[in-house]
Design a protein around this ligand. Structure first.
Ligand SMILES: Cc1ncc(COP(=O)(O)O)c(C=O)c1O
Length: 498
């Protein structure tokens, strides 16, 4: 659990004590949802059943046996036979979705609080996304980076414009498109090392440090971080589970505790070329970075000529209620590189690495590349998705629903802790990225399994934490349902004999 002093303004809306009456809050949030225009948010009020019907379907789901049905069995058997078994998955087969609901092959429906791990920001079956996928697929899916295409430039322009509007470092910024989050981070590490080589691994530096082989290629990351699964990205992801089986890792990577100012001040040296940090750690358990911590990183990096990389792959693109998560930070806390992926094309694979002007100048043709990245299909979809995510009304909707979700879970936590002290350790996060850390004796995965049987899809994050990351178009009614199911399930798991 973070000390309260370690919580930055990123976390303030969630961590405040909530004393708002439920009725008043729901009335307010309902009003704000209604003010969303159809142009800004397609299906801000998705076609979903009333809460009564949701709850009824939840009851049905509870009654349904949680075993594979005749419909699911052949699929599951085939998956077992042919797919590499890398994932622990429940015995259901998802077939389709609509808004914030997903359906399985038995016709059971679930309110989706995981959005394909923070990907489907516009929900499932968004008509504009479906239209542009169809139109662009018929026109041109791929052309390679040997040629310009119609959509990569405009999508890059939109992202850089947003940096200008809501961030603070857009002038001359450039975008590299890849296909995933891990590739966006790999690109960031390469560009940072290239920048260090161009600017610091010079005869002057060798003279300054009295070392003819002076090097500046160290990358610092933080405990509980997650930056992806490729070799560079796992080298920056200090989790023995991800690293040990694949050692030796890429040389030059090190990590220190998150939100530890003293550790950062010591660990960033003249040899550091970059520090990578998630403004809110996602996989690690929804931990917001403190302002003092981000300040220390920026200050030390400036002192030693290192670059700051913000990994906004999970927390960026409007999830916190700001298009860029770092847009809510003070102006001087800008990164030199920001990486994006997950929701950028609502599930069509894409990643983006945005670098500042001075970094871009160090990167030359041929330094990096990709076959698929920046293809016309992904970028056409990205333009539609990012165009919606950037709207003020959309961001307001995320803030309102985020406040409702946090308040609901705070209230649930108070009730659960009154019945059994210490059941909920903390509710934290920002916008629609909320973590609910449970006592070690209340297994968060068991809560997720129980919630699924009641019609709610929810996942965990590190440290026995429930990770609530619904599609950003989630409605007040769906949040109310999710909070109620989670409260019931935490209570049931907490009171079950071990
Ligand atoms: C913060 C962060 N960085 C990087 C990644 C890796 O992204 P991908 O799985 O698209 O490679 C993830 C994925 O969960 C992430 O949450």
């Amino acid at each position: 659990m973070l000390p309260s002093t370690a919580v930055s303004n990123l976390a303030v809306p969630v961590l405040r004590t909530v004393a708002v009456a439920a009725g008043a809050m729901m009335a307010r949030s309902g009003a704000s949802a209604r003010t969303l225009s159809r142009r800004n948010v397609v299906r801000a009020t998705p076609r979903i059943p009333t809460q009564a019907r949701l709850l009824a379907s939840a009851a049905t789901a509870t009654a349904a046996a949680p075993v594979a049905s005749a419909d699911a069995t052949p699929n599951l058997a085939r998956d077992k036979k042919y797919l590499l078994p890398l994932y622990g998955r429940p015995d259901i087969v998802l077939t389709h979705g609509e808004g914030c609901r997903v359906f399985d092959s038995d016709g059971r429906s679930y309110v989706d609080f995981c959005a394909g791990i923070a990907v489907t920001a516009l929900g499932h079956g968004d008509p504009d996304v479906a239209r542009v996928v169809g139109e662009q697929a018929a026109k041109m899916i791929h052309s390679s980076n040997l040629f310009h295409n119609e959509h990569a430039g405009p999508l890059a322009e939109l992202l850089v414009e947003e940096l200008g509007a809501r961030g603070h470092w857009s002038e001359g910024a450039k975008v590299f498109f890849g296909n995933s989050g891990t590739e966006a981070n790999e690109a960031a590490f390469k560009f940072a090392r290239k920048f260090a080589r161009a600017h610091h691994e010079t005869p002057d530096a060798a003279y300054k440090y009295g070392n003819p082989t002076f090097h500046k290629h160290h990358v610092l990351s933080f405990q509980n971080a997650f930056h992806g699964r490729t070799m560079g990205a796992i080298s920056a992801t200090p989790n023995p589970k991800y690293q040990s089986p694949f050692a030796p890792l890429v040389p030059g990577f090190a990590s220190v505790p998150f939100n530890d100012v003293a550790a950062v001040e010591k660990a960033i040296t003249e040899h550091t070329c970059a520090v990578i940090v998630e403004p809110i750690q996602g996989e690690g358990g929804i931990h917001p970075a403190s302002l003092e911590f981000l300040e220390a990183i920026r200050r030390r990096c400036d002192e030693v000529g290192a670059l700051v990389i913000y990994d906004e792959i999970q927390c960026g693109l409007s999830r916190t209620g700001h298009f860029f998560a770092h847009a809510s930070l003070p102006a001087h806390l800008t990164p030199d590189i920001v990486t994006l992926a997950k929701p950028l094309a609502n599930g069509v694979p894409i990643g983006a690495c945005i670098i500042s002007d001075r970094v871009a100048r160090a990167v030359k043709p041929g330094d990096h590349g990709t076959t698929f990245g920046g293809n016309p299909l992904a970028c056409a979809v990205g333009r539609v998705v990012a165009g919606k995510l950037r709207q003020d009304a959309f961001l307001k909707h995320v803030q309102d629903r985020g406040n409702q979700l946090a308040a609901g879970m705070e209230r649930a936590a108070a009730g659960l802790n009154a019945a059994r002290a210490g059941t909920v350790v903390e509710v934290r996060g920002k916008g629609l990225m909320v973590g609910v850390e449970l006592d070690a004796k209340v297994d968060a995965q068991k809560v997720c399994d129980a919630a699924r049987e009641k019609g709610l899809m929810v996942i965990t994050a590190g440290g026995n934490t429930l990770r609530l990351i619904p599609p950003l178009v989630v409605t007040a009614e769906e949040i109310e349902f999710g909070v109620r199911v989670l409260e019931e399930c935490v209570r049931a798991v907490a009171s079950a004999p071990n």
